[in-house]
Design a binder for this molecule. Structure first.
Ligand code: ES4
Ligand code: ZN
Length: 326
């Protein structure tokens, strides 16, 4: 059985982390005060008590509301920097975080305010913490493909600060193929491609994300277990899945961690990785997610090493860079 000190020391990449989802209640209060915003909660305890989710949408409603405290470039810097300090504690040597530009541009915050604050913190993280990174911007799938195109247009002057595009928000009813044209346009710009698929949505969304969007990785993807032929094909092609154990139990994809399929998928040869998704809302950062697998599934040291190695294999950094960590 693996233990916390062992897991903390393993060099790991984090490949599925929403920066807006790393906003801790303490920082939320600080930013609300700084920006003269009245929060609908009286205390940090009251905020944490509101994080009692029944499904993905019940979480997203609160998550978008909380993001409203992020107003200035410094706010986005502080958010990102706080996350990077947690990476350092957790032995994360490389991270490819997501941000949701439309969550900010739709309430009047310029694209550059969010991007520049995040980018400046990521640059400082490379210099001061020795954590490499690559930023991924996600399109909100409950909005139109036209709106996604407008967001891609805003990113065009800043392609030196963005390595890829993703697809997140409410999954069911918004299949990957809705975004076929904008993903093709992003591929033309040499951006990496990822998409949330098979979290609450069916395994067919995993297939269309791969076949129609041509993504490099699948975010979540756990519902592939409904289709054994798909599982074989994911294993055969080493398609990475960025799995988020605490997210899946907090959003009731599984009632209990002992039902989580990640270690079974690992054994079947699928390139599964461990990630924290929205750690401020789901009760834990990367090491906490590994420890949840120790507690729920009696994960061994060998399994933890394999999951950490998968995260480096599945990252978009040069293979030579990660070999020094393996
Ligand atoms: C998300 Cl867990 C999850 N699923 C889909 N979209 C998201 N955005 C932030 N967290
Ligand atoms: Zn996610």
């Amino acid at each position: 059985i693996a233990d916390e000190a062992f897991i903390r020391r393993l060099p790991k990449a984090e490949l599925h982390l929403h920066l807006e989802g790393s906003l801790e209640p303490e920082l939320m209060f600080k930013l609300a005060e700084r920006n003269n915003i009245e929060l609908p909660y009286a205390s940090v305890e009251e905020i944490r008590a509101a994080y009692d989710f029944t499904n993905l949408q019940s979480f997203l409603d609160i998550y978008y509301q909380c993001a409203d405290v992020l107003r200035t470039e410094q706010d986005f810097y502080d958010l990102t920097w706080a996350y990077l300090l947690r990476c350092k504690e957790d032995g994360v040597v490389h991270t490819e975080p997501f941000f949701d530009p439309q969550t900010h541009t739709d309430r009047g915050i310029p694209f550059e305010v969010a991007l520049n604050g995040i980018d400046r913190a990521l640059c400082d993280g490379e210099e001061q913490l020795n954590i490499t990174s690559g930023l991924i911007m996600c399109f909100l799938r409950h909005l139109s493909e036209e709106a996604a195109f407008a967001t891609l247009e805003m990113a065009k002057p800043h392609l030196d600060k963005i390595i890829g595009v993703g697809l997140d928000s409410s999954e069911v009813g918004h299949p990957p193929e809705k975004f076929a044209n904008v993903f093709a346009a992003a591929a033309e710009l040499d951006l990496f491609l990822v998409a949330h698929a098979g979290e609450e949505g069916p395994s067919t969304y995993i297939e269309t994300a791969l076949d129609i969007l041509d993504v490099d990785r699948i975010d979540h993807g756990v519902r592939c277990t409904d289709d054994p032929v798909l599982v074989d094909s994911l294993a055969e092609n080493r398609v990475p899945l960025t799995v988020c154990p605490l997210s899946n139990t907090r959003l009731k994809v599984y009632d209990n961690m002992n039902q989580h399929p990640i270690l079974k998928l690992l054994e079947q040869g699928v390139c599964v990785t461990v990630n924290s998704d929205d750690p401020a809302f789901f009760g834990g950062y990367l090491v906490d997610n590994y420890m949840a697998l120790v507690e729920g599934l009696a994960m061994t040291r060998a399994e933890a090493v394999a999951l950490a190695a998968n995260s480096l294999e599945a990252s978009f950094i040069d293979d030579e860079l990660y070999e020094e960590w393996l």
